[in-house]
Design a protein around this ligand. Structure first.
Ligand code: NAD
Length: 295
């Protein structure tokens, strides 16, 4: 490998690029935001002043951008500039249709490509413990796997083009729904006079057990590291959860799947965001449920 270009050095991309440097890769980085570029330079990433400069003479290009439209725009630019046989990897969380379009842009340029969204948040990005859900051909996966291993602890090849994004939004639909379920149960338990501790001790060792309860418990106390103990500071923001639930609804519409509970979860998070809580951790949704009960 003669080097990697990393495009999008924000909350996730910055530490991911830093871990590639730590693993011994030559990494050039580009971001529209000067601050992100500067912070990345402090971790050993070579800052580039343009996309073209970042990707010059590289074997692999990684993008970590906010939305599908950004990925299509950047990959569209890349397709005009790069030579064939490069590996393009998109780690952003985007809609399945845009992911497939991005793969097509790479194929037209004679390049291999992977969609490789992540789970694990900013802590996983910093500690190189992300889970990667990967879509693409076997050949592209074999090429990309050693690179992804420098940034994550579990790399799952989910299938062909778009399969990584499909796995990501299905997983996060479970997460959004289960957080609402756990929150609703705590609110009901409160009304029935149960202490948070008593209910947690039962549910966490019974059939109600799930990640939302045991890792991100929406009430303070039972799980010391959960955002509820830290004023609901994210963590994983309610706005990002809403973004993923909307992507799941879009995919359900395209594919003809019936996801009524996912749709309800999306509408509850949309209400929560429009009430001004988008920047809080997604477990703060318990406040919306308490408010609804009180009215
Ligand atoms: P972020 O907003 O912190 O970073 C995105 C970066 O992309 C910004 O620095 C922005 O300046 C840059 N950018 C936008 N357009 C660009 C362009 N055309 N060229 C170069 N740079 C450009 O977002 P983030 O939290 O790092 O998230 C990135 C992706 O990862 C999103 O798709 C998000 O859904 C996903 N994700 C985030 C988390 C999390 O906890 N933050 C967890 C899992 C997945």
């Amino acid at each position: 490998m003669s080097g990697i270009a990393f495009i999008g050095l924000g909350n996730m991309g910055g530490p991911m690029a830093a871990n590639l440097v730590k693993a011994g890769h030559q990494v050039a980085g580009f971001d529209l935001a000067e601050g992100s570029l500067k912070a990345a330079a402090e971790t050993g990433v070579q800052p580039a002043t343009s996309l073209a400069e970042a990707v010059r003479d590289k074997d692999c290009i990684i993008t970590m951008l906010p939305k599908g439209e950004h990925v299509i725009s950047v990959w569209g630019e890349l397709a005009k500039q790069i030579s064939s046989d490069l590996l393009l990897i998109d780690c952003s969380t985007i809609d399945v249709e845009s992911a497939k379009r991005a793969h097509a842009l790479a194929a037209d340029a004679g390049c291999h490509s992977l969609d490789a969204p992540v789970s694990g948040g900013t802590v996983g990005a910093a500690n190189a413990t992300l889970t990667f859900m990967v879509g693409g051909t076997d050949a592209a996966f074999a090429e990309g796997q050693p690179i992804l291993q420098a940034m994550g602890k579990k790399i799952v090849h989910c299938g062909t083009e778009g399969a990584g994004q499909a796995a990501k939004i299905c997983n996060n639909m479970i997460l959004g729904i289960s957080m609402i379920g756990v929150s609703e149960a705590f609110v009901l338990a409160e009304k029935l006079g149960l202490s948070h501790r008593a209910f947690f001790d039962v549910a966490s060792t019974s059939s109600g057990q799930c990640w939302s309860l045991t890792n991100y418990c929406p009430v303070p106390g039972p799980v010391p590291a959960s955002p509820a103990n830290n004023g609901y500071r994210p963590g994983f923001s309610a706005s990002l959860m809403l973004k993923d639930l909307k992507l799941a609804q879009e995919a359900a519409k395209h594919s003809g799947a019936t996801t009524p509970v996912g749709a309800l979860a999306a509408s509850l998070y949309a209400e929560f965001e429009s009430d001004g809580h988008g920047a809080e951790d997604f477990s703060a949704i318990i406040k919306l449920l308490r408010d609804s009960l009180d009215h």
